[in-house]
Ligand binder design. Structure first.
Ligand SMILES: Cc1ncc(COP(=O)(O)O)c(C=O)c1O
Length: 411
């Protein structure tokens, strides 16, 4: 690929050949997805989130379809993340009580002796916001307690949303994300709390695996919804922080559509592009982005890939996009001010990153060769996940109404 387009569009797109070599962990297959959904369905508030077809945008961008799984409608949480934390907490509580999570209903935990025991349990996590809000909400459902630590620079409004969601103590630290995770881990060891972290490392794998399985409820719903529409996705764009969500969903899709797997494109902020960097290094290993990365895509501001899902992303994704903040802002505005009769979708910075990437990719003349290399054409059916709504309402106002982070002049 020529270099000059990179300077013009100010983003990088790395191509690798998806070797499909890593065995897709069974943990991300249909059985696991069904178990997670059974749990989520037992929550009174449960409702499937919509899969929205942006017909007019698809026409304008010259593709057959654009489908958006709208996770801003997930429970009362404005983001997909609560699916993972709540399911992992459920599995931990079942383990504590010697119950089988596959046959236990939420109601079994909310009465008698189980209820009393659970009242003594404390969880702790480090979070940019959305995961913490899910943990807080789930702690309320289960009747236990939680501590939430946030990295430096986290918006106070996000901390407040976590406090409002459930019975938690929230503190914004002066550390970056990775160090905040270490701190939460230390606190869990010191106090006998359960660390409920949405990324994995050596020796800490079971809980993040449950979290990823919780995300599969979303994968199960969206593939069923696509089937109802008689659609098979040809391309899926997945945003990544540590890549737990992207890897879990991609693992599920690779199994579900074995033989006709959609082309997978991982989208990250250029300031915190640890999956892109790991893919670029080409040695098969995980690589971290050091320092205090700064990006408006708060949910994607992570320095180290998740160990469990990295092999799936490495071997089953074909492209890795490293995007500037203006791409996410553009995506937010595209969702907020749709083409013609397409419905409005409220999407925050991390949620809209893939929409911004798709629009720039399909519209910029400099990217024509890459588009064709990706096989993007009038027969393409693109699948996106709006992973969050306006989780930072002030930022949302500034970007959508005030036009902050505009596209550069050249666009
Ligand atoms: C809104 C949103 N989208 C995407 C992600 C990325 O998920 P992961 O860290 O599993 O890659 C996050 C993570 O917190 C998020 O909050």
């Amino acid at each position: 690929m020529h270099q000059e387009w990179k300077q013009i569009v100010q983003m990088d797109i790395l191509k690798t050949s998806a070797s499909c070599q890593a065995k897709i962990p069974e943990a991300f297959g249909k059985k696991a997805a069904n178990a997670a959904r059974n749990f989520h369905q037992s929550i009174a508030e449960y409702e499937k989130t919509p899969l929205i077809s942006l017909k007019e945008l698809a026409k304008v961008l010259g593709v057959k379809g654009i489908y958006v799984k709208d996770e801003s409608k997930r429970f009362s949480l404005n983001a997909f993340k609560g699916l993972g934390g709540s399911y992992a907490m459920f599995c931990i509580l079942c383990q504590e009580l010697n119950l089988n999570p596959e046959t236990t209903r939420l109601s079994d935990l909310l009465e008698g002796e189980a209820k009393d025991k659970i009242g003594q349990v404390t969880f702790v996590t480090a979070t940019d916001g959305n995961h913490g809000r899910g943990v807080s909400w789930a702690a309320g459902i289960f009747g236990c307690r939680a501590y939430v630590f946030m990295p430096s620079g986290s918006a106070e409004v996000r901390a407040e949303a976590i406090r409002k969601a459930g019975p938690v103590n929230v503190a914004i630290t002066d550390m970056n994300y990775d160090d905040t995770v270490k701190y939460a881990k230390e606190q869990s060891e010191k106090n006998g709390w359960h660390l409920i972290q949405d990324t994995a490392w050596d020796g800490y794998e079971q809980i993040p695996a449950w979290i990823i399985q919780g995300y599969l409820t979303m994968a199960l719903e969206m593939t069923e919804q696509l089937e109802e529409e008689n659609q098979v996705p040809t391309h899926v764009f997945l945003q990544a922080g540590v890549g737990a969500m992207a890897g879990g969903i991609l693992g599920y899709l690779a199994e579900k559509y074995a033989g006709c797997k959609p082309v997978a494109i991982v989208v990250e902020p250029d300031a915190a592009n640890c999956i892109y960097m790991s893919a670029k290094a080409g040695d098969g290993e995980i690589h971290s982005v050091e320092g205090m990365p700064s990006t408006i895509m708060a949910g994607l501001n992570c320095g180290t890939p998740c160990k469990i899902t990295w092999p799936v992303l490495r071997d089953y994704a074909e492209y890795y996009m490293s995007c500037p903040d203006f791409a996410a802002a553009h995506g937010m505005r595209m969702y907020a001010k749709p083409v013609g009769e397409d419905p409005v979708i409220i999407s925050g910075e991390s949620g809209a990153s893939t929409m911004g990437a798709v629009c720039l990719l399909l519209q910029r003349k400099e990217l024509a060769r890459i588009r064709s290399d990706m096989g993007l054409c009038e027969d393409s059916v693109i699948l996106l996940v709006n992973t969050e709504g306006d989780t930072d309402p002030e930022g949302y106002e500034k970007i959508v109404k005030g036009d902050a982070y505009p596209l550069p002049e050249i666009f």
